[in-house]
Design a protein around this ligand. Structure first.
Ligand SMILES: Cc1cc2nc3c(=O)[nH]c(=O)nc-3n(C[C@H](O)[C@H](O)[C@H](O)COP(=O)(O)OP(=O)(O)OC[C@H]3O[C@@H](n4cnc5c(N)ncnc54)[C@H](O)[C@@H]3O)c2cc1C
Length: 414
């Protein structure tokens, strides 16, 4: 074999440049088992996230028997695969995350590394000035998105196996065919309402649920973007399709911002030990604030949270509980099935107000009353709901009282 082709994070046929290199090659997909992150005993991924990733990879290799499934640490597994195949060249997608890029750099000392476009809209780097803020990025990027690659069409998802729907997450399925079906259904029936519904907390169709498919490369973002533009040409630009593009640009923004930040994205200092009581209350859902405790349950049980819930859950941890934003990011990393290094660490840093801009505080009581007025979300995850501030009715006080926006402004952190 002359090459090893690594399909990790690119588990699809359509819009995937790797397929052009598979002839006379050993193709592999790697799933890394959880490992200790060194932070308060938190592994870098939960057992549930690992099982989910394994399931995705197993499904992919069942469809493509020429691809071998490897379980192990990425660096070692790649080296072993190259040696076993007697290959001189590694073909993979361009990693934007700092540690992955460093690994490829190290491999370049011994092998030829061919890094193809990753699952992003714009492969060419941006001028750092245009990445100073999202609005600068959005306004300055006049480029057209890159075209999808011609690498084959989406396999249909008609077999029973495809419909097994491996995730409990709103019954969505996670192989290329079922992701594509779910996306087409969302695009045709729900995208138009996206701007009004996107702050929903519970249910399948308030948002696109594209994040898992994009994070694991089950769908190509260039194709999704082209689909939205086709829809706009056929039926016109509306608030829904326009806003969905803006959100997809956030993913792009964090990817390019993260590429420039490199290791600095993850914070330079060592993470100090956290207040154990606060940490446990936040991660286990025992803070006494119903919205936050429901959010903790959702994350642990489903591996997903809506954007609105992630913002509130992170803000309460950082601004009220005083947890280090990097510890907070590590907890999301461990549990999110759509974990994406740049989106996760970028959003957590954004809320903490590090690197650029002021801190973003979410008034969780106001947010709970506004976005979950009847307590449906809380009842769903906690099994019970009385009201958003039970301590005002004589029940125990929360571990730390949530701050209103005015109280937060008075801290001077803004
Ligand atoms: C603390 C925190 C951690 C996060 N961690 C991740 C993560 O690890 N992986 C991840 O994919 N997203 C992350 N996000 C962003 C966002 O919450 C999820 O992408 C979104 O909730 C996924 O649901 P959806 O696909 O239905 O989103 P939709 O609302 O339908 O948005 C469509 C797509 O746009 C992109 N997008 C939307 N909002 C954001 C955003 N704020 N930042 C970056 N991309 C965005 C995603 O690719 C998403 O799939 C995080 C947000 C916060 C506040």
């Amino acid at each position: 074999m002359s090459r090893v082709v690594d399909f990790s994070g690119a588990l699809r046929v359509a819009d995937n440049p790797l397929w052009a290199h598979t002839q006379d090659a050993q193709s592999i997909v790697i799933v890394e088992p959880p490992r200790a992150s060194g932070l308060m005993g938190v592994p870098n991924k939960s057992k549930a996230r690992f099982a989910f990733e394994l399931r995705l990879a197993e499904h992919f290799v069942a469809r493509h028997p020429e691809v071998a499934l490897c379980i192990g640490l990425r660096a070692e597994t790649l080296r072993e695969a190259l040696v076993r195949a007697g290959a001189q060249t590694l073909v993979c997608t361009q990693p934007l995350a700092f540690d992955e890029a460093a690994l490829l750099q190290a491999l370049r000392n011994h092998y030829k590394v061919q890094a193809l476009p990753s699952n992003h809209l714009f492969q060419k780097p941006f001028n750092p000035k245009s990445l100073k803020s999202f609005s600068k990025f959005k306004n300055s990027q006049k480029r057209d998105a890159d075209e999808p690659f011609e690498s084959g069409s989406v396999p249909n998802a008609q077999t029973e196996e495809d419909h097994a729907r491996p995730s409990a997450l709103y019954g969505l399925g996670y192989c290329e065919g079922s992701c594509d079906q779910d996306w087409q259904r969302y695009r045709d029936h729900h995208m138009a309402a996206y701007k009004q519904t996107r702050n929903g907390l519970l249910g399948r169709d308030f948002s696109s649920k594209l994040s898992v498919s994009l994070a694991h490369g089950l769908l190509g973002v260039r194709r999704v973007w082209a689909d939205i533009e086709e829809c706009q040409r056929a039926h016109g630009v509306d608030a829904g399709n326009d806003w969905l593009k803006v959100e997809i640009l956030w993913r792009e923004y964090f990817a390019h911002y993260g590429r420039i930040m490199g290791a600095r994205l993850y914070g330079l200092r060592q993470i100090e030990a956290q207040n154990t009581l606060h940490w446990q209350a936040w991660t286990l859902g025992k803070t006494g604030v119903p919205l936050i405790d429901a959010a903790a349950q959702e994350l642990m049980q489903s591996g997903y949270q809506s954007n609105r819930i992630r913002q509130n859950y992170a803000s309460y941890a950082i601004h009220e509980l005083g947890l280090d934003w990097r510890a907070v990011a590590t907890h999301f990393e461990a549990h999110l099935f759509d974990y994406d290094p740049h989106s996760n660490w970028g959003n957590c840093a954004y809320i903490a107000g590090v690197n650029r801009g002021s801190a973003k505080h979410f008034d969780v009581i106001w947010q709970a009353k506004h976005y979950d007025p009847e307590g449906a979300y809380i009842r769903h995850w906690l099994g019970d709901f009385k009201n958003h501030t039970p301590w005002e009715q004589g029940e125990s006080k929360p571990i730390v009282s949530p701050m209103t926006q005015d109280q937060f402004n008075a801290t001077g952190l803004v």
